[in-house]
Design a protein around this ligand. Structure first.
Ligand code: IPM
Ligand code: MN
Length: 352
C-alpha cells in the first residue's frame, strides 16, 4: 500500500495562496512519480479570516494540526492589519505551540542564479543556518510601564534555557554530521556583550562538542558573521544561533542566495509536527498578478519531503528547480522571471 501523508495547507495572505498552489502542484507531481499519496486539508487562517471573524487561530486549531504529518504554509501578513497581530497570533503561535524548536534555513546559490556578491558562486555560497525557534527574544517576556507617557519603560527579555539551547545545539551537531560537507559548525552569538545568554550558549556548545569529535567547532559574533557572509561565505558549513540573530542573518542569507524568491525554511519539531514555508512573506503588492516567484514555496515543499523521509522525491524536486533556474528563468524577481507564477510551477513539475 502506498504511504499517505496527511498535510495541513495554510495558504495564508497576499501572494501566499499563489505560491502555495505551485508548491502543492510539485508535491503532487512528486507523489505521482515516487509512489506516495497526499491527503491535503486547507485552512484559511490569515488576515482575511481575522478581518471577518476577529480570530487568528481558533482554540481547537492547535490540537487539530497536531494530527497531521506536516504543515505547508504560504505566507502570513496583511497590509490592513497592525504588525504583530497575525505574526504573533498565527505564525509564532504555531511555532511555539507545536514546539518547532528548530528553524532550518539553507543558504544555497544554484548555478545561473545571480548573487550580489562579486566573485562568489555556488561553490562558495552553500551553508545552512540552524536558528533556535522557541525561545530568545521571541518568547515574549518583558512588559511595558506607563505606556505613552514621558516615563515609559519597555523591557523585552531574551529567554535562554539550558534545555532549549542544548536541544538546538544537539540538532545542529547531528545535522552537520549528516550533511557531511565540511563538518564544521559555527556558533553565532555575541559573547562580548550578551554575557549571560551567550555564556550559556558557548559553554553548552563546547560541552556538547565533546560528543562530536568529528565536527570542527568555530565561533563568530553575529556582527562578524554578517561581515563574513558577504566577504567569505565559503567559510560556513552549518551555523547555529539564537532566534533573533537567526532571523536577521537568514534575510542576509536569502539575499546572497538569489533573493526571497528562492529562500525556504522549515520549522522543525524532530519529535512532532513540522511546518514548511517560503521565508519571504506575503508580498501584498504582487497579489493576484501571477508574477510572484513560487520557487521558495516549492523548495519549502522539497524540505518537507526530505523531512518526511521521501529523500528521493526531495532530490528530484531540487534537481528540477535547478534545471528551471539554469535553463529557463531570466531572473528570480517577481515580474521579471520571463514566466508567470503558474508557468514556473508547470516547468518545475515537468522536470520532476
Ligand atoms: C521569519 C519572519 C518572522 C520571524 C516574522 C514574520 C514573525 O520574519 O520567519 O523570519 O521574525 O520569525
Ligand atoms: Mn525573518
Amino acid at each position: 500500500m502506498a504511504k499517505t501523508y496527511k498535510i495541513a495547507v495554510l495558504p495564508g495572505d497576499g501572494t501566499g495562496p499563489e505560491v502555495a498552489a505551485e508548491g502543492i502542484k510539485i508535491l503532487k507531481a512528486a507523489a505521482q512519480k515516487f509512489g506516495f499519496k497526499l491527503a491535503l486539508t486547507d485552512y484559511d487562517f490569515g488576515g482575511e479570516r481575522y478581518k471577518r471573524t476577529g480570530e487568528t487561530l481558533p482554540d481547537n486549531a492547535i490540537e487539530e494540526l497536531k494530527q497531521y504529518d506536516a504543515i505547508f504554509l504560504g505566507a502570513i501578513g496583511h497590509p490592513d492589519i497592525k504588525p504583530g497581530i497575525l505574526e504573533k497570533g498565527i505564525l509564532l503561535k504555531l511555532r511555539f505551540a507545536l514546539d518547532q524548536y528548530i528553524n532550518l534555513r539553507p543558504v544555497k546559490l544554484y548555478p545561473s542564479v545571480e548573487t550580489p556578491l562579486r566573485d562568489k558562486g555556488p561553490k562558495e555560497i552553500d551553508f545552512v543556518v540552524v536558528r533556535e525557534n522557541s525561545e530568545g527574544l521571541y518568547a515574549g517576556a518583558g512588559g511595558v510601564l506607563k505606556r505613552g507617557s514621558p516615563d515609559e519603560v519597555a523591557v523585552q527579555e531574551s529567554i535562554n534555557t539550558r534545555k532549549g539551547v542544548e536541544r538546538c545545539l544537539r540538532f545542529a551537531f547531528e545535522y552537520c554530521r549528516k550533511r557531511n560537507k565540511a563538518k564544521k559548525l559555527t556558533l553565532c552569538g555575541k559573547t562580548n556583550v550578551l554575557t549571560f545568554a551567550f555564556d550559556l550558549w558557548e559553554r553548552t556548545f563546547y560541552e556538547v562538542a565533546k560528543e562530536y569529535t568529528d565536527i570542527k567547532t568555530d565561533y563568530a559574533h553575529v556582527d562578524a558573521t554578517c561581515m563574513w557572509m558577504v566577504k567569505n561565505p565559503e567559510w560556513f558549513d552549518v551555523i547555529v544561533t539564537d532566534n533573533m540573530f537567526g532571523d536577521i542573518i537568514t534575510d542576509l542569507g536569502a539575499m546572497i542566495q538569489g533573493g526571497m524568491g528562492i529562500a525556504a525554511g522549515g520549522n522543525i519539531n524532530p519529535e512532532g509536527v513540522s511546518m514548511f514555508e517560503p521565508i519571504g512573506g506575503s508580498a501584498p503588492k504582487y497579489t493576484g498578478q501571477n508574477v510572484i516567484n513560487p520557487l521558495a514555496a516549492i523548495m519549502a515543499g522539497q524540505m518537507m519531503l526530505d523531512t518526511l523521509g521521501e529523500e528521493r522525491a526531495a532530490q528530484a524536486v531540487e534537481k528540477a528547480v535547478m534545471k528551471v533556474v539554469a535553463d529557463k528563468l531570466k531572473s528570480m524577481s517577481a515580474g521579471k522571471m520571463g514566466y508567470t507564477t503558474t508557468e514556473v510551477g508547470d516547468l518545475v513539475g515537468s522536470f520532476v
